[in-house]
Design a protein around this ligand. Structure first.
Ligand code: SF4
Length: 399
């Protein structure tokens, strides 16, 4: 194990992988400089190997302190808060962090702070009521024709505002138990109304190719399953995972769609661009999901820059989410008016393709509720009265 500057790592068990030598993405000048500084014994091919990135995940405050200057509020000792949502950051994603600024956007999304231990009214561990809508372990069936299939509890990098922090990260390896999926697959087989499956977790793209393929193959054998979606942050935090062998495998099981969890324009690196291009080039439609986060991406210029960047990367801005009220999230949550301000700042002011749907996932399991600024401001006998993006008033003859 490479231990320059003594960056500690925690071994991650990975299941047997049968893919050929890595056909990985390139490495930017920024990444190379970071690698040389903090992992001088690593080779470029190791840095570009997603399994190396996983096995060198930063999981302790001590390891992180070798890379960034921690503030007193950051990195809580597990001795003080046993059972806290763990820390994990890939070396690649750590290279995007400003080492000196605790207010840096990307840094705030992955470095634990004292604020996580402040509980506020309305918060809870499972705000979306997923556990109450789970007919069998690992499956959430909330909407009529689609299910959420939670296939792993592992992520390569843990987001501090994770809606599933009650379960994610409690598994310290990429190991999976496909046998545990049997009940969920049987449930889907027995429910012909399910035509759309969202594979999520945890992050499904942390599974080895052969394990992921065996899962997708089993789902594809079910005649009424029309569409398989994969929810992932891997192209953002571990773009090295998007190997040619992975995309070649996925391509066999179309229609495969992908929802990418993307937070900030600074995530849009050359590595991510190459990873997402590989996915797009094999015909996987890409949509983004962005959580609106206080002081991180809650300004119109930042959100607009992100949405424009996504379109350049061939990713359709899909959802802008109000942050879910998980316990200890008040430092991340904005007022709903802030989300409406983001949409107001986009709609009409830039390409319609750049405007995501702003939504609240209704607490208790109500599902996604879309929110729009008030564009219909009244009605009279001649029709409805509309306000456009410039604030000008128009009447439409709604007979
Ligand atoms: S990638 Fe998704 S599941 Fe994993 S920690 Fe982040 S929000 Fe949670």
């Amino acid at each position: 194990m490479e231990t320059p500057l003594a960056v500690e790592t925690e071994p991650v068990e990975s299941e047997e992988i049968s893919e050929p030598p890595l056909l990985t993405i390139g490495c930017s000048a920024r990444s190379k400089e970071f690698m040389k500084r903090f992992y001088p014994e690593a080779t470029l091919s190791q840095w570009n190997d997603w399994r190396w990135q996983l096995s060198h995940g930063i999981t302790t405050a001590n390891a992180l302190s070798k890379i960034i200057t921690l503030s007193p509020d950051e990195c809580i000792s597990p001795d003080v808060h046993p059972g806290a949502f763990p820390l994990r950051i890939t070396p690649y994603y750590a290279s995007l962090i400003d080492p000196q600024d605790p207010a840096h956007s990307i840094r705030r999304t992955v470095v634990p702070t004292q604020d996580e231990f402040l509980s506020s009214p309305g918060e809870c561990q499972d705000p979306l009521g997923e556990d109450d809508h789970s007919p069998v372990p690992g499956l959430v069936h909330r909407y009529p024709d689609r299910v959420l299939f939670l296939v792993t509890r592992f992520c390569s990098t843990f987001c501090r505002y994770c809606t599933r922090s009650r379960m994610v990260g409690r598994q310290s390896t990429t190991s999976s138990s496909p046998s545990r999926w049997s009940d969920a697959i049987e449930y889907i087989q027995n429910h012909p109304e399910v035509r759309d499956i969202l594979i999520s977790g945890g992050d499904p793209l942390t599974l080895p190719d052969d394990v992921l393929e065996s899962l997708i193959r089993r789902l594809r054998r079910i005649p009424h399953v029309e569409m398989i979606r994969i929810g992932t942050k891997v192209p953002v935090v571990l773009p090295q995972r998007i190997t040619l062998s992975l995309v070649k495998m996925l391509k066999k099981y179309h229609p495969i769609w992908m929802s990418l969890h993307i937070t900030h324009p600074e995530e849009l690196t050359p590595e991510m661009q190459e990873a997402t291009a590989r996915l797009a080039d094999v015909g996987i439609p890409l949509g983004s999901q962005t959580v609106l986060l206080k002081g991180i991406n809650d300004s119109v210029p930042v959100i607009k820059s992100l949405m424009h960047g996504l379109l350049r990367f061939r990713i359709k801005p899909y959802y802008l989410y109000q942050c879910d009220p998980i316990t200890g999230s008040s430092h991340f949550r904005t007022p709903v008016s802030k989300g409406l301000e983001m949409i107001q700042g986009l709609r009409g002011h830039t390409s319609g393709y750049a405007v995501p749907t702003y939504a609240i996932d209704a607490p208790g399991g109500g599902g996604k509720v879309p929110l729009l600024p008030e564009y219909v401001i009244g009605r009279d006998k001649d029709g409805i009265i509309l306000r456009n993006y410039e604030g000008k008033i128009f009447r439409y003859p709604d007979i």
